[in-house]
Design a protein around this ligand. Structure first.
Ligand code: SF4
Length: 245
């Protein structure tokens, strides 16, 4: 686990590392840069680099040690539904989440076809939030695939927003996060695209979280029309689920 600067979560937990690029949103993948840096620094977990997907069973015991209710971003350094992650391991990750209902787990994927295929075999407890990344119109069908799953809380990470998304069907979607790209060669995000998504969330009664404008140094700030928008779905962590080990 590590503390994170990702505003919509509290901690990250990476039972898998490594990934491969799959769509336009991956162009400046931050996970690849971090993994390469960690490999150069000699960190054991990242010795295989980024391009090889590796499961880390030794990390499965970690959530049992976290006693305080908090939000945990699962696999910030990979994609749990990558084809190279064995289903047996995904099931083990879900089992850990089931055993720790005081924690809210947030999973994000760019591979919802794989997610949907496995969905009938997955048990979705209230503390598992499932999201898909949607960076432009080309991948808008990810929302339909997510909608068909049995996840209790469903969300969209629209980051980096690369074009207008003016016809979003948000039925069954609880939360939308929007952000610009933070990278040396960051692709620009227009204000009108963000405002349009904000309005669609309002019209369809969906929580809206504006993360940041992004930019070369990520210093674009997070004000939208002079205000901060940081809505988040309500959740009630269960203290009864706390494990003592
Ligand atoms: S899916 Fe995510 S982790 Fe994988 S390459 Fe794309 S941006 Fe990086």
């Amino acid at each position: 686990m590590s503390y994170t600067t990702i505003e919509w979560t509290d901690q990250t937990w990476n039972p898998v590392t490594g990934c491969t690029k799959t769509s336009d949103g991956c162009k400046n993948c931050y996970a690849k840069d971090i993994a390469n840096k960690k490999r150069l620094e000699g960190e054991e977990k990242y010795k295989y680099g980024f391009d090889i997907v590796k499961c880390h069973p030794e990390t499965l015991s970690l959530p049992y040690k976290w006693k305080m209710p908090q939000k945990i971003f699962v696999n910030s350094m990979s994609d749990l539904f990558h084809k190279d992650v064995p289903f047996d391991f995904i099931k083990q990750v879900f089992q850990v989440m089931h055993h720790n209902e005081h924690l809210t787990f947030q999973i994000l994927t760019k591979r919802p076809a794989c997610l949907l295929e496995l969905n009938p075999q997955l048990k979705w407890t209230d503390n598992i939030w499932m999201g898909v990344s949607v960076e432009n119109e080309k991948v808008i069908n990810r929302i339909d695939l997510l909608r068909q799953t049995d996840a209790k809380v469903k969300f969209l990470s629209i980051e980096p927003l690369l074009g207008s998304l003016n016809n979003l069907n948000l039925i069954g979607i609880d939360w939308v996060i929007v952000g610009g790209e933070k990278a040396e060669n960051a692709r620009p995000m227009k204000e009108e695209w963000v405002l349009d998504i904000q309005q669609q969330c309002k019209d369809q009664n969906v929580k809206f979280f504006f993360k940041q404008w992004g930019g070369k140094y990520g210093d674009g700030g997070d004000l939208l029309n002079g205000k901060r928008y940081k809505e988040i779905p309500e959740y009630t962590p269960s203290f009864f689920g706390m494990q003592i080990y």
